[in-house]
Each structure stands twice: as C-alpha cells, then as structure tokens.
Design a protein around this ligand. Structure first.
Ligand code: ZN
Length: 131
C-alpha cells in the first residue's frame, strides 16, 4: 500500500484515520469491542493482519478492548511514546505501521501482567464459526 495520506483517507473512516494514522485515542466505552465476548481473531482494521485472539481478551474496566498478549508478537511493533508528558509504550501494527494503542504493566498477574489497551476502531473481529 502507498504510504501517502490520501490513500489512507479513502480506505479508513475519519475516526479510524485520526487514531490509526495520527495516534489518536477513542473515548472509553465508545468503541464496538470493549464489551465484546465473542470468540475469534481481532485483525488490523487497516491491513487485516492478525493481531489479537479473543482468548487473550479480558475485562479491564477501562472501556477499551484489553488483551494480555498479542496473537503473534511478530505482527506488532512496540515503540516508546513520550507524548503528553508520559512515557508509555505504543503498540503498532508491524505490517502497515498503524497506531493501535498502548501496552501497560498492570494486566492480570497470573497471565504475565501485561495489558494491551487497544482502540476498537483499529480492530476488526473475525468471529469463529458457530458450527
Ligand atoms: Zn495493519
């Protein structure tokens, strides 16, 4: 895919563009997946890369979809983010470079202690078939 901004603007909704390409954050409890409990695979909304499995999703109470680990570490990229006067670790899709959210160290201890806090608009859930 071309790196130019216009292609992205055509492909993504204005809200998606703001978050995926300009590192925005959706309002908590506003996204479509924070309270989603279906089984399946969450893919990058921009490029379709497999990012998170529903098995790693947990209720963090933050209002954003939260995961203890990515489905495949090779599909994501972690990057130090010092914006807004904080030092955080940004989570990006490795394939297309889109911003997804941040990872924090306050996840469930029994599952490794990580909390991948991801914006719903960055994800597309492919549900497992019911049969
Ligand atoms: Zn992607």
């Amino acid at each position: 895919m071309a790196k130019g901004g216009e292609d992205w603007k055509k492909r993504l909704s204005p809200e998606q563009y703001k978050i995926l390409r300009e590192q925005g954050t959706e309002a908590p409890f506003s996204g479509k997946y924070w309270n989603e409990h279906s089984k399946g695979i969450y893919r990058c909304a921009a490029c379709g890369s497999e990012l998170f499995a529903s098995d790693a999703k947990f209720d963090s109470g933050t209002g954003w979809p939260s995961f203890t680990e990515p489905a495949n570490l090779e599909n994501i990229e972690l990057k130090e983010d010092t914006s807004h006067g904080m030092v955080r670790t940004e989570v990006r899709c490795k394939k297309c470079g889109s911003h997804l959210g941040h990872v924090f160290d306050d996840g469930p201890e029994e599952k490794g202690g990580k909390r991948y806090c991801i914006n719903s608009v960055c994800l597309n859930l492919t549900k497992e078939s019911q049969n």
